[in-house]
Ligand binder design. Structure first.
Ligand code: AMP
Length: 319
């Protein structure tokens, strides 16, 4: 069922069996989104294929949110493939798709918006000022409009996922946030709606990102400095490739604060990278573990609402 308006959404929402699981997207759905939809179905209690009983429902929103695009970014050229998106949603057992036009989400320019706090000013927030405020504002609006029991987000956007969890806790939103592991194409590149911008040669250069993450994972036993150096070496070489990979940032960060992990850091950390190839900006990340996890981290991991982190190892072999 497709809802274009708030009124249409409210009517559709009233018919949905609980638990209702929301998957917010900007459309141009790909295999990574499909993985989120499958997790959403499982969380809704549909048990995937051959699952037992009807269970709850999956609600997908499709909205290219102008608030999170900066001047000179790709809002106008962002791929919009609504017909195909609806087919994919039908294939994946989605009950309701909410795809509002801009005026339905923002009847007037919002004056009160969400402040993403200190984590929102680092890394992606530094390179894309206002980005996380725009994301959190639209996500909060979507939560209000759809009233989900659970919402699913991808670990591909690790900083975004962390901020959504933080907003949910800090503002007592009372829903559960689930994280889905990064989905990769067979060549190792993380799937993204923006990958359609890449030429064949740009895509070949872009593979330096997952390779750098795999190199860091292989060096992680020697500590954060060594892991970072391994990734940096690959990306350095890629900066001289044709077409070049132009690095925005590469860092090993504490997954709670997104502050750079020092040389003596122990426990789970995120290696995060952002780079441009031609006019396409790409982000990627992977989990690394240094030394012994702290007891608090191990506990957080077992209670985290995430599936098993995706592995880069299968992809490292693709050369
Ligand atoms: P987007 O449509 O790009 O805003 O993405 C919608 C949701 O899908 C976000 O929660 C993303 O983190 C997630 N997502 C996009 N690509 C991937 C991927 N390759 N693996 C896992 N999650 C993804």
């Amino acid at each position: 069922m497709l809802a274009r308006t708030r009124v249409g959404l409210a009517a559709a929402r009233a018919t949905m069996a609980g638990p209702v699981v929301l998957v917010p997207t900007m459309g141009a759905l790909h295999a990574g989104h499909r993985a989120l939809l499958r997790l959403a179905r499982e969380l809704a209690g549909q048990g995937g294929e051959g699952g037992d009983g009807p269970g709850g429902s999956v609600l997908v929103s499709i909205f290219v949110n102008p608030l999170q695009f900066g001047a000179g970014e790709d809002f106008d050229r962002y791929p919009r493939t609504i017909e195909r998106d609806l087919e994919i949603c039908a294939e994946e057992g989605v009950s309701v798709v909410f795809a509002p036009p801009r005026r339905e989400m923002y009847p007037s320019e919002p004056q009160v918006t969400v402040d993403s706090g200190p984590v929102g000013r680092l890394l992606e927030g530094e390179y894309r000022p206002g980005f996380f405020g725009g994301v959190l504002t639209v996500v909060l609006k979507l939560f209000q409009l759809t009233r989900p029991d659970i919402a699913v987000f991808g670990e591909k956007d690790a900083q975004q996922l962390a901020l959504i969890r933080q907003m949910t806790a800090d503002l007592d939103l009372g829903l559960r946030i689930a994280g889905a592991p990064i989905h990769r194409d067979p060549d190792g590149l993380a799937t993204s709606s923006r990958n359609v911008y890449l030429s064949e040669w740009e895509r070949a250069s872009a593979l330096a990102l997952p390779r750098a993450l795999a190199a860091a994972a292989a060096a992680a036993s020697a500590g954060p400095k060594a892991a970072l150096a391994s990734a940096a070496m690959l990306l350095d070489a890629a900066s001289a490739s044709d077409p070049p990979v132009e690095l925005d940032y590469l860092t090993v960060a504490d997954p709670a604060t997104f502050v750079e992990a020092g040389p003596d850091y122990t426990g789970r950390a995120l290696l995060l990278v952002a780079a441009r190839v031609g006019s396409t900006r790409l982000i990627d990340n992977t989990w690394l573990t240094f030394g012994q996890e702290t007891a608090a981290q191990a506990a957080a991991e077992t209670t985290a609402e995430t599936a098993e982190p995706g592995s880069l190892e299968n992809h490292a072999a693709h050369d």
